[in-house]
Design a protein. Structure first.
Length: 256
């Protein structure tokens, strides 16, 4: 898909990965709606700031009604409450689902008619390596990213008939506000944005943006005991060890 000349909508475009996506789409010749809860926080020239809170159905409906010709939708907005499913505040657990799952779904439902008005259109959902691997201390985020992965897989089938290709991006930590305090290695979000847009342009269904995401994806075939050997070790009363990618991805506990 040629990106130049397209009209794109990016949620959470005021900072982090979303800002890079909006900037690079603009630089590749697309017309860009830069969605943000506070549109005044959009500091990019040459894009159209637009208010959108993905957890607010009315705000999503207004954003869809006040835009036109969108043929690329990037669901990038994300929250990170660092909540355990067992002991975290349930309001935080719900916020993760509201943002990543229901927020993405609301955007897709609202924009599907606009996307369907084009012979060829695209949705990119910004997922994570944590769609595939969970850590208890951030279990709410991981569960929401897994739910968003499942949503993506259902919608890519449902939207194929109208010519809308649905892609997912999986990535480990990136150097943005969200991962501030994480001590594990972090990717440059500008590089990940480039990989994401190349993925849309070349029609990749699943964009695996870094090595660690590829390693975890490969590990899914090993089942639960392969992904979480420490649980099996505990059962057997032997020393607990994490897999290599899980050890590398473990967020810094002192941050929470
Ligand atoms: N950073 C990582 O390590 C990492 C790794 C894998 C995947 N991801 C995913 O990458 C995406 C971008 O994250 P990031 O790293 O760029 O994080 P970030 O710097 O914290 O930015 C998050 C963005 O999402 C927006 N947002 C949050 N809730 C929203 C809502 N209800 N409605 C609309 N916008 C909302 C924020 O807007 P405000 O400025 O208004 O808060 C901000 O623009 C997220 O989906 C995240 O889950 C991040």
């Amino acid at each position: 898909m040629e990106l130049a000349g397209r009209t794109a909508f990016v949620t959470g475009a005021n900072r982090g990965l979303g800002r890079h996506l909006a900037q690079q789409l603009r630089d590749r010749g697309a017309t860009v709606y830069a969605g943000a809860r506070n549109p005044a926080s959009i500091d990019l020239a040459g894009v159209t700031p637009i208010a959108v809170d993905v957890t607010d159905p009315e705000s999503v409906a207004v954003a869809a009604a006040t835009t036109s010709n969108v043929s690329i939708l990037i669901n990038n907005a994300g929250s990170s409450t660092k909540s355990s499913l067992l002991t975290g505040d349930l309001a935080d657990v719900r916020l993760e689902m509201d943002t990543h799952f229901f927020g993405t779904l609301a955007m897709v439902r609202a924009f599907a008619p606009q996307l369907g008005g084009h012979t060829e259109s695209a949705i990119l959902n910004i997922l994570s390596v944590l769609s595939w691997l969970s850590f208890p201390d951030i279990g709410a985020y991981c569960a929401a990213k897994s739910a968003e992965w499942s949503l993506t897989n259902a919608l890519r089938q449902e939207l194929a008939d109208q010519g809308t290709r649905v892609s997912s991006l999986h990535v480990g930590y990136m150097d943005t506000d969200m991962a501030r305090g994480v001590e594990a290695p972090k990717a440059d979000p500008a590089v990940i944005a480039r990989i994401a847009l190349d993925g849309i342009a070349t029609g990749q269904a699943e964009i695996v943006a870094d090595e660690i995401s590829g390693a975890v994806l490969a590990g899914l075939s090993g089942g639960v005991d392969g992904l979480y050997p420490q649980v099996a070790s505990q059962r057997r009363g032997t020393a607990a060890t994490l897999t290599e990618p899980a050890a590398a991805l473990q967020p810094d506990r002192s941050d929470r």
